[in-house]
Structure formats: C-alpha cells, structure tokens
Design a protein around this ligand. Structure first.
Ligand code: T46
Length: 142
C-alpha cells in the first residue's frame, strides 16, 4: 500500500517552533493545493472515496483523527495527532476519516487542483477500477 509517515524537522528556539513544508523535498511532489478540515463532528465519517491520480500529505495541525486506508485487499488505520508528522497517501487508495476530536484541524497538501473527475466515490466502482488497473499493468498496484 502506497502510504508512509514522515516526521518533519522542527526549527525550534526559545520563541517556539516552526515547520517548513517544501515541494519535492519533505513533500514528495509539486504542491498544487492546500485545504483543511475543521469543526468535523466527532461521529462524522468523511472521505469514503479514492483518487485516481492525486497524491496527498495529511497533517493533523490540532487535535486528532483517524484515517482508514484500503487498497481493495488490505485495510490499515493511522491515527494522526502530531503537527510534525505527515501521512503520505499515494493514488488509488480508498480513504475514510473518522474519530475527529472536537478541536481537530486536518490539513491536506495535494499534488493536483480540485478535480471531481479524479474521485471514485462508489466502493464497488473502486474495486473494479483497482482490478482493471492491476490487469492493465500486469501486476498488482502498489
Ligand atoms: C480527501 C480527503 C482527505 C472543493 O471545492 N475543493 C477542494 O479542494 C476540496 C477538497 C473539496 N471541495 C468541495 C467538494 C465538496 O462539495 O468541498 C466539499 C467537501 O468535499 P469532500 O466531501 O470531498 O470532503 P472530504 O472531507 O470527504 O474529503 C476531502 C478531500 O475531498 C479528499 O480529496 O482525500 O479530504
């Protein structure tokens, strides 16, 4: 599954802390968009879609939340609760975000502008797309 966690370098001094995010350095793609989610209801489930091509790094800037990722075969859940930690999510993974703390602020750094055509919002369509993509490539998707 094409996901990874990275810890960002904190530039800290007596005044506090600073983290810099730089495209093609600690963010492994060219940054085209940044958005953030806040005020998510604790019992809400967001996401429930996959992206055909989009790459993202998710950073929980405040509070905590959980990200469930699914490649059509395997599921894994990652808890985000540090502002110096980023979860890279490659293309082709179904994601659901849940268990938001009331103070959660989830920031996403994304490789593409917003494009609804890049979304697969139906789970059965996602499974079919994964299978077709795997067959085209002649090997399992990452
Ligand atoms: C993702 C997870 C982690 C825009 O107009 N521009 C944008 O850049 C985004 C991200 C959304 N929107 C609109 C589309 C919907 O009308 O905002 C509304 C809520 O979007 P959505 O239901 O897709 O939000 P989430 O929280 O389910 O998913 C979002 C991202 O869309 C998605 O790319 O991976 O966060």
């Amino acid at each position: 599954m094409q996901i990874s966690m990275s810890r960002f370098q904190i530039k800290g001094d007596e005044r506090g802390s600073l983290i810099a995010l730089e495209q093609n350095k600690n963010i492994p793609f060219t940054i085209r968009r940044v958005y953030y989610i806040y005020g998510a209801k604790p019992d809400s489930i967001r996401g429930k879609h996959a992206h055909r091509a989009l790459e993202q790094v998710l950073i929980c800037m405040n509070g905590s939340c959980e990200i469930e990722l699914d490649d059509g075969v395997t599921k894994t859940t990652v808890k985000l609760d540090r502002r110096d930690e980023g979860l890279y999510i490659g293309p082709g993974l179904w994601r659901e975000m849940r268990h938001f703390s009331e103070d959660a602020v989830l920031m996403a750094v994304a490789s593409q502008l917003y494009d609804e055509q890049d979304y697969i919002r139906d789970y059965q369509a996602f499974l079919a797309w994964r299978e077709a993509a795997g067959e085209c490539a002649g090997r399992p998707m990452p």
